[in-house]
Design a protein around this ligand. Sequence first.
Ligand code: GLN
Length: 201
Amino acid sequence: MTIVGVLALQGDFAEHVALLRRLGAETREVRLPSDVTGIHGLVLPGGETTTISRLIDQYGLRDPILSMAREGAPLWGTCAGLIAMARKTEGRDDPVLGLMDIDIERNAYGRQVDSFETEIDVPALGEARFHAIFIRAPRIQRTGPEVEILARLEDGTAVAVRQGALLGTSFHPELTEDPRFHAYFLRTVKEREHSSRVAAG
Ligand code: GLN
């Protein structure tokens, strides 16, 4: 059975768990290093980056998460979770996890439009547009050569990115009723789990 972990230290992890369950996935809330054992993918939810980063260290989760990523397990960061995955965040000396070759500016859409919602095209999810909810969202300023852009705003800003098994969205699919992003991630987790099982014989 494929188990998808959801980092449950702070932020909107419950919404991710609910959507994944609706899709029939087995989920596990991850709070301790032992929770990482046996999961096949991990969602890093939205919340507050500084708090999440501090709790990751406090609970000893940094190394288990990094080794999961090194082994090629799929990780998906939404909003603060995306910031956590970035190699570089403006105003921070060190990255939180530093896994994805992207540069981020936090809370970058300006105070007046703190939060906004818009329809975006995500060809990987099919023809219907996706309702994207941005809440004090990070802006992806640069993407490296290995990063595939899955969706952009009309002004060209990347808002959904993928690098190998790593997925990042600066908005919150878990706050909508549209399960397509979660289904997409689940597929990645299952494909990856299948191929590592085949490789292991
Ligand atoms: N503004 C938050 C941060 O920078 C992220 C917002 C979110 O996850 N909704 O940490």
